[in-house]
Ligand binder design. Structure first.
Ligand SMILES: NC(=O)C1=CN([C@@H]2O[C@H](COP(=O)(O)OP(=O)(O)OC[C@H]3O[C@@H](n4cnc5c(N)ncnc54)[C@H](OP(=O)(O)O)[C@@H]3O)[C@@H](O)[C@H]2O)C=CC1
Ligand SMILES: O=C1CO[C@H](CO)[C@@H](O)[C@@H]1O
Length: 276
């Protein structure tokens, strides 16, 4: 199975299959270097968020890399305390300013804040219609949130970014998204660094002469899931991208599916916002 390095979103926009995640790359110097190393290695997508407090570093990394803006796909997100119509428009401007960019490729509602996400979505639609962002979507939305949002939305979300890794394979959510033309991005694809040792994954990795992270990331792209592994280490940044030169067999894909336990490393969208 050949996998293109880009996926086409429902509105025709091309999104790279793999990008660099930068959550917890909080020190600006660290994020600047990670972004530059990633672009140098061939990454064409960076995933940040206002709450990561590193958009300025991401912007500097992009600028110092010398890459043409149109060759890069930049995602950011509106956080929970920034939601609402006017608040979202303002948060978007602030993200752009910190990034030093004049448009985003993808803007996401970070979490489904129950009493706010519909209003927030109207602002996302405005930003999209005004040409300030090339695609809009959500993150941490369960099917019931998506159904509720789509019921009143003028423009359907083009992306749902969710926690997804071998221990939480999100099969039902993915099927729901595919049926509704919503692409899926796996965040914490390496379980936030907790799925780096496993006998089954090691056996599969050895068979292909690859590492466990490469096997997991390849499993994602073969499942038509976009991935955004985070690393601030140059060797690991380079190695995580080396997933387009091998193919997992159907048997190995199914074997990886058996690792599902339903365990999360992040919060459950149904309870997180109640705690907020
Ligand atoms: N929408 C949302 O709510 C969320 C979105 N995200 C996004 O997803 C991205 C990725 O998720 P994240 O939770 O950061 O975790 P990941 O699953 O990407 O794991 C990152 C951890 O794995 C380590 N690592 C990365 N590559 C390798 C490798 N090849 N070998 C060994 N260790 C490795 C990193 O360390 P090191 O840096 O030292 O290499 C880091 O500790 C985030 O950075 C963020 O952009 C994440 C959480 C929530
Ligand atoms: O992307 C994420 C990482 O940081 C945030 C703040 O802790 C989380 O809420 C979110 O899921």
């Amino acid at each position: 199975m050949t996998v293109e390095t880009y996926k086409v979103l429902t509105n025709g926009v091309q999104i790279p299959r793999i990008g660099l995640g930068v959550w917890k790359a909080e020190n600006n110097e660290q994020v600047v270097n990670a972004v530059k190393w990633a672009i140098e290695a061939g990454y064409r997508m960076i995933d940040t968020a206002s709450v990561y407090k590193n958009e300025e570093g991401v912007g500097r990394g992009i600028k110092e890399s010398g890459i043409a803006r149109e060759d890069l796909f930049v995602t950011s997100k509106v956080y929970n305390d920034e939601q609402g119509y006017d608040e979202t428009l303002k948060a978007f401007d602030q993200s752009l300013e910190r990034l030093g960019l004049d448009y985003l490729d993808l803007y996401l509602i970070h979490w489904p804040v129950a009493d706010k996400y519909k209003e927030t979505w109207r602002a996302m639609e405005k930003l999209y219609k005004d040409g300030r962002v090339r695609a809009i979507g959500v993150s941490n939305f369960h099917p019931h949130h998506l159904e509720d949002l789509m019921f009143s939305a003028e423009i359907k979300p083009m992306m749902n970014q969710v926690e997804l890794h071998p221990r939480l394979n999100q099969k039902a959510l993915h099927a729901f998204c595919q049926a509704n033309d919503i692409a899926v991005t796996a965040y914490s694809p390496l379980g936030h660094g907790t799925i780096l040792e496993n006998q089954l994954l090691q056996t599969i990795a050895d068979k292909y002469g690859k590492t466990i992270p490469q096997v997991i990331l390849r499993w994602d792209v073969q499942n038509d899931v976009i991935v955004i592994p985070k690393s601030v280490n140059q060797d690991r940044i380079i190695s995580n991208l080396a997933i387009f030169d091998f193919e997992l067999s159907k048997e190995d894909m199914v074997a990886i599916d058996t690792l599902h336990t339903g365990e999360r490393v992040n919060k459950n969208p149904d309870t997180f916002l109640i705690e907020r």
